[in-house]
Design a protein around this ligand. Structure first.
Ligand SMILES: Nc1ncnc2c1ncn2[C@@H]1O[C@H](COP(=O)(O)OP(=O)(O)O)[C@@H](O)[C@H]1O
Ligand SMILES: [Mg+2]
Length: 314
């Protein structure tokens, strides 16, 4: 069973998760490169607050889609909080303002205030990714996510998202029952839309995101871990949270595996790792477990990434 079926053109988004430092960026880059070599136009995007795509591809990436391979159509993007918040503001600012200013006297700055609420950024991230995927500029997007805790919060998004938008317009929501009754009277000044129509728009966007992230044909979730107690523990947590949210994980990459017992140190290390590898295999016997050996060097530059691709797609 292959890690990702390279021939499957239904796959639009591959999400790589796991705790910090286990090799997410390395594996995401190797998968992205493999897909690009297969004549796909690929975008690898990192939402890690300390992104390292620039380091691994040895090319300045930043918040613009940047081509990172001369021959293949491989692009990279590091999204910052600022960019996500800016997009959020462009998308929702006018509507939030429209809603609230229709019954309260507020400055447009109020939108910034709402945007600074905790969670907004992560909540908007999925929409950002969905737009990239659906925008059609790329055949497939590989998402190198932020370390686990961050990502988990993010995946609760669809429900949270709406809750947040509602909280943002709490004023309005408090009067919801009342406004419902006088619906026609609360037609907005400039547009012909009612407040309820705007809220309904947010609701349907939230539903669209849920449908998008739960489409198992288009979106594949992959966890990277290491064969150590902490890695195994976190994997369990991430998996159950993903699955509670009806997001199915098919593949787990176990990285940094010791290959040869060529000395006492490696023999001991391998014995330790074997214990956790067996545990993972037994516990997740319905998933594909891939072992990725620890290379004697760091993974930096396209040549080294290519070696990881070959290991992941033998
Ligand atoms: N299989 C491997 N062999 C050797 N070094 C690796 C391997 N996988 C990852 N690394 C190294 O480990 C470090 C962390 O990997 P990285 O992909 O940046 O982790 P994450 O994105 O999960 O924080 C990097 O320096 C990378 O080069
Ligand atoms: Mg990383």
């Amino acid at each position: 069973m292959s890690l990702v079926n390279i021939e499957d053109f239904h796959v639009k988004l591959i999400m790589v998760g796991g705790k910090g430092g286990v090799g997410k960026t390395t594996c995401a880059s190797a998968i992205a490169l493999k897909l690009a070599m297969d004549k796909r136009k690929v975008l690898i995007i990192s939402s890690d607050p300390t992104p390292s795509l620039s380091d691994i591809f040895e090319k300045e990436v930043g918040d613009r889609e940047t081509r990172v391979h001369d021959e293949y159509e491989l692009y990279a993007l590091e999204v910052s909080s600022e960019i996500v918040l800016k997009r959020w503001k462009e998308r929702f600012g006018p509507e939030i303002y429209e809603v609230i200013s229709s019954f309260a006297s507020i400055d447009y700055d109020f939108v910034d205030y709402i945007g600074s609420a905790p969670g907004i950024e992560e909540e908007y991230m999925l929409n950002f990714i969905m737009e990239l995927v659906e925008g059609g500029s790329y055949n497939v997007v590989v998402w190198d996510t932020a370390p686990a805790g961050h990502t988990l919060r993010l995946l609760k998004l669809p429900e949270l998202f709406l809750a947040h938008m509602e909280a943002a317009t709490k004023f309005y929501m408090n009067m919801y029952g009342y406004l419902e009754k006088i619906k026609d009277a609360v037609k907005l000044k400039e547009s012909k839309r009612t407040l309820l129509e705007i809220i309904a728009g947010w609701e349907s966007l939230s539903e669209k995101i849920v449908a998008f992230i739960r489409n198992p044909e288009a979106v594949k979730y992959l966890i990277v871990t290491i064969p150590e107690a902490l890695g195994v523990k976190l994997t369990g947590r991430v998996l159950s949270e993903l699955e509670e949210n009806q997001l199915k994980v098919e593949n787990i990459i176990v990285n940094n595996v010791v290959k040869d017992e060529d000395c006492e140190f490696h023999r001991k290390r391998k014995a330790m790792q074997d214990h956790y590898i067996d545990f993972l295999k037994n516990t997740y016997n319905n998933k594909n477990i891939f072992l990725l050996y620890c290379a004697p060097y760091e993974i930096k530059g396209v040549e080294r990434i290519m070696e990881i691709s070959r290991a992941l797609f033998p």
